[in-house]
Design a protein around this ligand. Structure first.
Ligand code: ZN
Length: 118
């Protein structure tokens, strides 16, 4: 059984919800910026702009993938809080250091396991 003071869990949850909002906002923003969206493509029919658009589109896609991954991790952490399994190291099963979780609320490994993985 993991032993977190409910106050700690609450502040971590607040942190996660705040991060979730930010990530979701960023996802929306980069989608707006994607030049490969149809309406933008229709406007820029000049020759020679295609590769620029493709490059920018690739960048936006990569960034979007990162943000989606971050969003997924946040949701996973939130569901773990709901189930009461939050803060358990996925490798050794020990409780992850509270300080580490406060700094990185989506951490799924304890400090020593994450060091061992590198
Ligand atoms: Zn561990």
């Amino acid at each position: 059984m993991l032993d977190f003071p409910s106050k700690t869990i609450k502040s971590i949850k607040d942190l996660l919800l705040k991060q979730k909002k930010e990530v979701e906002k960023e996802i929306k923003e980069i989608q707006k910026e994607d030049p490969a969206k149809e309406e933008v493509l229709a406007e820029s029919s000049e020759p020679g702009t295609d590769s620029y658009i493709a490059d920018a589109h690739t960048r936006v896609m990569a960034l979007g993938e990162q943000l989606n991954k971050a969003n997924k991790n946040i949701q996973l952490a939130l569901s773990k809080i709901g189930k009461g399994t939050y803060g358990k190291c996925e490798n050794c099963g020990k409780q992850i250091e509270v300080g580490r979780l406060m700094a990185m609320p989506t951490a799924s490994l304890c400090l020593s396991c994450s060091k061992a993985q590198k």
